[in-house]
Ligand binder design. Structure first.
Ligand code: S3P
Length: 450
């Protein structure tokens, strides 16, 4: 079983780019596959999650040619031949692996198709709540059976049929649910509306727009007229800010560090990590910025400092949800208390991320109080190396690799193959960061994970 062995470094001086955005790669595979015509997707994330979604689209009849690959992982550039919205019945059950995004978005898409299909996933995914998509899709007329051992959980047997549009007020702030309903709404006659209780990532709306599908935003409501067919185009996926977050935290919490991250997505529904690190005392500059294929992108310069604790505001939580494990590591390094509340959603991610963060931080000597909806971390206690479990959760494995960069003695993280779920090449970047400390001449951080 693979593991990380991490030792402390004194500062981080690096320039890097991270692999493509996970959320956008799922959507690019789906939307390009639905489009009228062919287009090239560049910087696709060749992670297990996104490759599963690509394979799912292939199982629905979408052809693609791989033009470039990240060796050992999978395609990064491919030409996708869209089916003009006319998907074919799959010949077998569709494997979504570890991915909640893949399963929920595909459930929306498949509920509206004139055929039956089944989505299944690994043990973690089979225990995550699918009722949150089944409820609105059922209101649209879908017939979906959750066949898992746990009620409301995968496998999902989907009896696809013609759906009717709805006006849906989401009880949880979930981009996955919003996207599932919008994708189903594409196949309805009339207007589908989703109202979100707080801002959630808006990649689906932006990518649909980029592919010529109009959506309208009115306050927290998103409206979409059914019957539109995405028009094929080329699409470049920016670097994933949720992957960059590991290095942003490492550099932010090490005084004297300077890190440059190139070509990362800076969509405002994803950048709260920058605000939080600034509040804690780091200097983060957007040194160049622009927009590419409908998404804001740019380069970030991060200068480290002695951090102080902060409070995470309720409205920030959906924007930060994937970064909270690594923010908790920053909090352990900061002087004073950091409050993370209103984050119950963490309990239904790849693991219960409140429990897994609290367990690992405590094993390293961190002081943390657990709440049903979050935690309070009292920082400033020196962290000590420990042997930790990833619990099969990619973000837990990587967050605690970063904690190991601050700890006295060696930190071992066990069961780390899961990082390939979102960040193929993470171990290379980690090794480059650690080698710098022992042999500056050998320090060549790859400019990308390729
Ligand atoms: C995602 C949305 C988030 C996030 C997940 C990816 C997406 O989940 O945690 O990693 O691509 O839509 P929720 O929207 O369900 O909170």
């Amino acid at each position: 079983m693979s593991s990380f062995h991490v030792k402390a470094i004194r500062s981080l001086q690096a320039e890097l780019s991270v692999p493509g955005d996970k959320s956008m790669s799922h959507r690019a595979a789906i939307i390009a596959g639905l489009a009228d015509g062919q287009g090239v997707v560049t910087n696709f994330l060749p992670s297990e999650d996104c490759i599963n979604t690509l394979h799912a689209m292939a199982a629905l009849g979408v052809a693609y040619e791989v033009l470039e690959e990240m060796p050992g992982f999978g395609p990064t550039v491919m030409r996708i031949h869209g089916l003009k919205g006319e998907l074919q019945a799959p010949s077998k059950e569709i494997d979504c692996g570890n991915s909640g995004t893949g399963m929920r978005l595909l459930a929306g898409l498949l509920a509206a198709q004139p055929f039956e299909s089944t989505l299944f996933g690994d043990e973690s995914l089979s225990s995550r709540p699918m009722g949150r998509v089944i409820t609105p899709l059922s209101q649209m007329g879908a017939k979906i059976e959750a066949q898992g051992e746990k009620p409301g959980c995968a496998p999902l047997k989907i009896y696809g049929q013609k759906l009717k549009p709805i006006h849906y007020e989401m009880p949880v702030a979930s981009a996955q649910v919003k996207s599932a309903v919008l994708l189903a709404g594409l196949f309805c006659e009339g207007e589908t509306t989703v109202v979100q209780p707080a801002d959630t990532r808006d990649h689906t709306e932006r990518m649909l727009e980029a592919f010529g599908v109009k959506t309208q935003r009115e306050g927290q409501a998103i409206h979409l007229q059914g019957g539109q067919i995405p028009q094929a185009r080329d699409f470049r996926v920016p670097g994933d800010i949720s992957s960059a977050a590991f290095w942003i935290v490492a550099a932010s919490a090490m005084p004297g560090s300077r890190l440059l991250i190139r070509h990362v997505g800076l969509n405002p529904t994803r950048t709260a990590i920058i605000e939080v690190m600034r509040r804690m005392g780091a200097t983060i500059n957007v040194v160049s910025s622009g927009s590419l294929d409908g998404e804001p992108i740019g380069d970030l310069e991060i200068c480290g400092a002695a951090l102080t604790g902060t409070e995470i505001y309720p409205e920030e939580v959906p924007n930060l949800i994937d970064e909270i494990p690594v923010i908790s590591v920053a909090a352990a390094m900061a002087q004073g208390k950091t409050q993370i509340r209103n984050a119950k959603e963490l309990r239904v991610k790849e693991t219960d991320r409140i429990t897994t963060v609290v367990k690992n931080l405590r094993l390293m000597g961190g002081e943390v109080e657990e709440f049903e909806d979050g935690m309070e971390i009292t920082g400033g206690h020196p962290l000590r190396g420990a042997t930790l479990q990833s619990y099969g959760d990619h973000r837990i494995a990587m967050a605690f690799a970063i904690a190991g960069l601050f700890a006295q003695g060696e930190t071992v993280i066990e069961n780390t193959a899961c990082v390939n779920t979102s960040y193929p090449g993470f171990v290379k970047h980690l090794q480059a960061v650690m080698n710098h400390e022992t042999d500056p001449a050998a320090y060549e951080l790859p400019k990308s994970a390729h």
